[in-house]
Design a protein around this ligand. Sequence first.
Ligand SMILES: NC(=O)c1ccc[n+]([C@@H]2O[C@H](COP(=O)([O-])OP(=O)(O)OC[C@H]3O[C@@H](n4cnc5c(N)ncnc54)[C@H](OP(=O)(O)O)[C@@H]3O)[C@@H](O)[C@H]2O)c1
Length: 310
Amino acid sequence: MRAIGIREFGGRDKLELLDLPEPRVAPDGVKIRVRAAGVNPVDWKLREGRLEPRFPHVFPVVPGWDAAGVVEEVGPAVVELAPGDEVIAYCRKHFVGEGTYAELVSVPVGFVARKPETASFEQAAGLPLVALTAYQALFFSAGLTAGESVLVQAAAGGVGSTAVQLAVDAGAEVIGVASEANRDHVLALGAYEVVDRDGDVAAAVRELVPEGVDVAFDVYGDETLGDAVRDGGRIVSIAAPPTYRERDVLPSYVFVRPNGEELDELARLYDDGRLVVELQEVLPLEEAARAHELSEAGHVRGKLVLHVSD
Ligand SMILES: NC(=O)c1ccc[n+]([C@@H]2O[C@H](COP(=O)([O-])OP(=O)(O)OC[C@H]3O[C@@H](n4cnc5c(N)ncnc54)[C@H](OP(=O)(O)O)[C@@H]3O)[C@@H](O)[C@H]2O)c1
């Protein structure tokens, strides 16, 4: 099968087109013919070797943890899905190697959900990792509830734009943090105010909500966001375990987990028109290096996706 992978850690020049054996299917596994693969910052971080201390790597390493495609084969213990079903999956396993920049990927059935019917394969491929991250951070870790206020950093990016929509849908009041160029975009997603990423974010939030917000969602590791949180509030980070201890603010850290049931719920929200995936650009699989270049530049609005097969 065709895949894009690396034989050693390094720069974008290490990405090459490979002809690899098809992945095996576990008894409880699902083999997916990948139509589109979402691109996430973790893809180039793992290409650089930054995940090496945490996960075993099997070379050649094929990056990519997001897939949308069609079930090709199921293991003998799988009853939930059958060949031909259109699915999505967040494909992070206990090792790094057999990723989704490939024509076929195998994952445990528990990672897989039905593709939203109203989404293209490309839109659907942009959903799993970012939507599960936002969902688990806001509702599982920070316990956000209706009527609360939440500050979302990097609100125009993949995770942030999903978090804004999910929080608004849950009845929370959202303040986004973004560059001036993305202000209108974040307002259109449902935030009631946007503060400029280049200013003093906590001071700007305190002008809007003097007592501080209930929850801050820290996407890039800016602990000054904790200053925008009320006493007794929560700050959840996906950058690193926060050390925020100066006040009565509860810190937590999320590393997104595969979860097919949660993904099914997120796909339903998509089909109900309550969650949208905006695509910045769809590139052919062969242009994975260009996709990494765009992601590494740090100005992605919505999602980058690779078209893998027809
Ligand atoms: N722990 C986890 O499980 C987990 C899961 C998913 C993602 N992540 C991490 O979360 C981060 C965001 O992921 P993503 O998919 O949302 O990325 P993304 O789509 O590439 O986000 C890009 C947006 O973030 C903003 N941004 C970029 N650099 C920033 C910085 N240093 N400070 C503040 N804002 C910045 C920019 O918007 P503006 O120009 O408007 O500021 C840009 O449009 C990445 O580092 C990723 O690895 C962690």
